[in-house]
Design a protein around this ligand. Structure first.
Ligand code: CDP
Length: 217
């Protein structure tokens, strides 16, 4: 069997990380893990139970998170893949993602998924904290307006949200995620930076596949 590696994709909010990670994993026959979905699921649990950032720490044992082979995420065995994309979760997730015991629990689960390699994981701290030894690290950015427009297009049919609200949420999350104490959003020193402002999905996937090829050779 050919060599299998860990691919870490980090970057700002809504830069197309998940789309790239999912399609890359499909092409390579790797496992895809959306680490952001995990923080969103914890946030959903807290919001549903009315726990604030302090209270949730005492309830982490009640939370189990898993993925199925198609990448759907389950919170205590319930498929919450759609619910976690709601703006009510996007507005709170950075607050809960800043809590150290939550990060500890998530990182443990994430590292478990990397045990056998052959994984593509996207997030904020994958190349710096979860898999600092990842063989390939990408760091994605794009202009805030383009990111907000793309996310708005995704959300507008299912949610009552404006472009301005989406833009503001993206900027706020970037700010909170970059300034938190525990494992903030940072570019790993050995990450390859990709500006996704003007690339098509196909072009980006092709470029990433070339980088994988180079890494494997
Ligand atoms: O897809 P989008 O860029 O909107 O964000 P996401 O990947 O779903 O992540 C949602 C939030 O989870 C981020 O804004 C961070 O607060 C948090 N997160 C994190 O702290 N660390 C990660 N590895 C992944 C996400």
């Amino acid at each position: 069997m050919s060599k299998r590696i860990i691919i870490a994709i980090d970057g700002h909010a809504s830069t197309g990380k998940s789309t790239l990670a999912r399609t890359l994993a499909q092409k390579l026959n790797y496992v895809y893990i959306d680490s952001g979905a995990m923080y969103r699921a914890v946030t959903l649990y807290a919001v549903k139970n009315n726990f604030d950032a302090e209270q949730i720490i005492d309830h982490l044992d009640e939370i189990s998170i898993s993925f199925d082979v198609s990448g759907q995420i389950f919170l205590n065995k319930e498929n919450v893949s759609d619910e976690i994309r709601g703006m009510h979760i996007s507005e709170r997730v950075s607050e809960f993602a800043a809590i150290a015991p939550i990060r500890q629990k998530m990182i443990q689960i994430q590292q478990g998924y990397g045990k056998d390699k052959g994984v593509v994981m996207d997030g904020r701290d994958i190349g710096t904290a979860v898999f600092p030894q990842a063989e390939l690290k990408l760091f994605m950015s794009a202009s805030p307006e383009i990111r907000a427009q793309r996310r708005f297009e995704e959300l507008k049919s299912s949610q009552n949200v404006s472009y301005e609200e989406v833009l503001q949420n993206i900027l706020e999350r970037d700010d909170k995620d970059s300034s938190r104490k525990t494992n903030p959003l940072r570019q790993a020193k050995d990450a390859i930076v990709i500006d996704n402002s003007n690339r098509s999905k196909e072009n980006l996937l092709q470029y990433a596949l070339e980088l994988v090829e180079k890494t494997l050779n």
